[in-house]
Design a protein around this ligand. Structure first.
Ligand code: PLP
Length: 439
């Protein structure tokens, strides 16, 4: 065993030398589920990349809304409807502000998957000639190219496969090095005159590595391609300023960032949203309608046909305020410390192979790994029996797993409420997996 220093909560200091640690033990009181016993053991929840737990502030906010202010937004002329509309639009402003955007740049969706499909379908509609004259600049023609990375979640891959099929465009992929970082030389060679869309994740849900956003945006801008970023795994874990990153469109999911299920958001640069034709049509997104045609509202309402997830959106705003109160810098430092502590222990366990162990990469608190001689599902069951919740499988990134020669891995992912005790219990348990299975 080497004697590398084990990161602790006290290891991180800000520029003034002050500790920037957060008190995870104290935060846990806000998440009653974390006090549950699972299989006779106190729960160690290390599956926040799949879905995060929700603090009381979020549960209470949603219930208060439904108890005291519930009404149809944007429609009724009565007092309750006005109050509900105000809360709903305030929530939009809060969530938009969280990512550095203006309210009209934030469209409610049901989650990241819907956001990415909305973009791809809307571009498909522009390609079929629908939308305002400005939509033509987003249209794809046969032979145009969509470039995605080879490490994407299926949610940022399949919509592009479908769009390519519908338009005759060609889908190409930026490969990754063995250490999980993207091959930027290959990206520079791939992104060229025919490239119309460059789609990439901010943080990989398998590797935990923060991607080279500035470099990808620069390569795309050089050829006038649209950039689409999946911010699912960054929004809850690090400060996010989407306009400053320069991306054209980005998506994230509420349930992964302490918020409710069924709500997420699409951010868009104003001129891009203006040019995008709608994906869904129906009530609440029009100015005028005749039996033969309709005129659509400007963004964001143009993309919000039908009844919206009002309570969840108001709950998501409460989640965002919670994250902001704790502080995203502090959360990022805390989770980075947990990730380092986890790594330091995992690399000492024989037969554990980390996926994407890039030296010096900026990361969030997440590791996926292969256990030699033990199937990931067996490893997951062993951990579950000890009260430890992790994700096993391909984490909706089958091509990336194939790249590493495996069909499944074990993924442990942290959030602001995880402690060094969680990490220690987890790595102690991982050390027991191979001996238990006789591997
Ligand atoms: N993108 C990434 C990187 C993810 O991790 C996930 C969820 O696992 C998604 C997209 C899809 O999110 P949702 O299922 O909330 O739409």
């Amino acid at each position: 065993m080497t004697s590398a220093p084990v990161p602790t909560a006290a290891a991180t200091r800000d520029a003034a030398g002050l500790p920037v640690t957060l008190d995870a033990a104290r935060l846990r009181e806000d998440f009653p589920i974390l006090a549950e016993q699972v299989n006779g053991h106190p729960l160690v929840y290390l599956d926040s990349a799949a879905t995060s737990q929700k603090p009381l502030a979020v549960l209470d906010t949603e219930r208060d809304f439904l108890t005291h202010a519930n009404a149809a937004v944007h429609r009724g002329a009565h007092t309750l409807a006005a109050e509900a509309t105000e809360l709903f639009e305030d929530a939009r402003a809060t969530v938009a502000g969280f990512v550095g955007a203006r309210p009209e740049q934030l469209v409610w969706t049901s989650g990241a998957t819907m956001g990415l499909n909305l973009i791809a379908y809307s571009i498909g509609n522009a390609s079929a000639g629908s939308g305002a004259p400005a939509s033509a600049r987003l249209a794809l023609r046969p032979g145009d190219e969509i470039v995605a990375t080879a490490i994407e979640h299926h949610a940022n891959l399949l919509p592009w496969q479908e769009l390519a099929r519908r338009t005759g465009a060609v889908l190409r992929h930026i490969p990754a090095h063995d250490d999980g970082t993207l091959d930027l030389d290959a990206a520079a060679a791939l992104i060229g005159a025919r490239t119309r869309i460059v789609a990439f994740t901010h943080v990989s849900n398998v590797l935990g590595i923060v991607g080279p956003v500035a470099e990808l945006v620069a390569l795309a801008q050089r050829v006038g391609a649209l950039t689409v970023m999946d911010a699912c795994q960054s929004a809850p874990h690090l400060p996010l300023d989407l306009p400053a990153l320069g991306v054209d469109l980005a998506v994230f999911s509420g349930h992964k960032m302490l918020g409710p299920y069924g709500v997420g958001a699409l951010y868009g640069r104003s001129d891009v949203l203006e040019a995008l034709p709608p994906f869904l049509t129906g009530g609440s997104m029009i100015t005028t309608v005749t039996l033969d045609e309709a005129e659509y509202l400007p963004p964001p309402q143009r993309f919000e046909a039908g009844t919206q997830p009002v309570g969840p959106a108001i709950g998501l705003a409460a989640a965002v305020r919670y994250l902001q109160r704790v502080g995203l810098e502090r959360i990022h430092a805390h989770e980075g410390m947990l990730a380092e502590r986890m790594r330091a222990a995992l690399v000492e366990i024989p037969g554990i192979r980390l996926l994407g162990d890039a030296p010096n990469a900026e990361r969030v608190g997440l590791w996926s790994f292969d256990v030699e001689g033990v199937h990931a599902h067996d490893a997951g069951q062993y951990l579950d029996a000890l009260g430890i919740a992790v994700r096993v499988g391909h984490h909706c990134a089958a091509p990336l797993h194939a790249r590493y020669g495996v069909t499944a891995s074990v993924r442990a992912s942290t959030a602001l409420y995880n402690t060094t005790d969680d990490v220690d219990r987890f790595v102690d348990a991982v050390a027991g997996i191979r001996p238990y299975f006789g591997a």
